[in-house]
Design a binder for this molecule. Structure first.
Ligand SMILES: [Zn+2]
Length: 187
């Protein structure tokens, strides 16, 4: 997928590029498992709890607050968002991913958690929008979006209440497509 470039809006370019990679790569990302292989249930519980604690402590207080903030946004759509890096691409610039094969398909990266609340709100609702499009049409990239999936997803995120921040590259046509998808018109 091509990413339109506009050099006056660096963070937006980053977001767009990264989110594009996110979905594109999501379908091909191999599943990874961090679950330890252990002999007994008791040991398993202890090790899992330790692993969870280790993951938690890898976030700063501010990042943890921002994760809770992102979760408060996605919760309205009956879904949570988890902290994960490299889920759909190994790019260090990834901000968020939608990986429907996962139990919790929405994720936000450490870099994503370092953004402003406005941007975090956009990242969260962008990933929710991917999920909504998937649910409405039963397919990740409905025919009607042609090669505009990321742009239509941005438009859809605005329909969900995302801030219409500078640098979102959707056109009025993308918005029309997003509204059609909302009405379950998928092709
Ligand atoms: Zn995306």
């Amino acid at each position: 997928m091509k990413t339109p470039h506009h050099h006056r809006m660096p963070w937006a370019i980053l977001l767009v590029a990264v989110l594009t990679l996110g979905l594109c790569a999501a379908a091909v990302a191999p599943p990874t498992s961090t679950a330890p292989a252990v002999p007994t249930l008791g040991q398993n519980v202890v090790q899992t709890a330790a692993a969870v604690e280790a993951r938690k402590s890898s976030l700063t207080t501010q990042q943890r607050r921002n994760l809770k903030f992102a979760q408060s946004i996605t919760k309205k759509y009956g879904v949570t968002i988890v902290h994960a890096n490299n889920r759909c691409t190994t790019s260090s610039r990834v901000l968020g991913c939608y990986t429907p094969s996962r139990k919790n398909p929405l994720s936000i990266s450490t870099l994503g958690l370092n953004q402003s609340r406005t941007k975090i709100r956009h990242i969260a609702l962008h990933e929710v929008a991917h999920r909504e499009i998937h649910r409405k049409c039963g397919i990740l990239i409905p025919r009607i979006v042609k090669n505009r999936i990321e742009r239509v997803t941005d438009a859809y995120s605005v329909l969900l209440g995302a801030p219409n921040v500078k640098g979102l590259y959707y056109t009025s046509k993308d918005m029309t497509v997003a509204k059609k998808i909302r009405a379950k018109i998928c092709r």
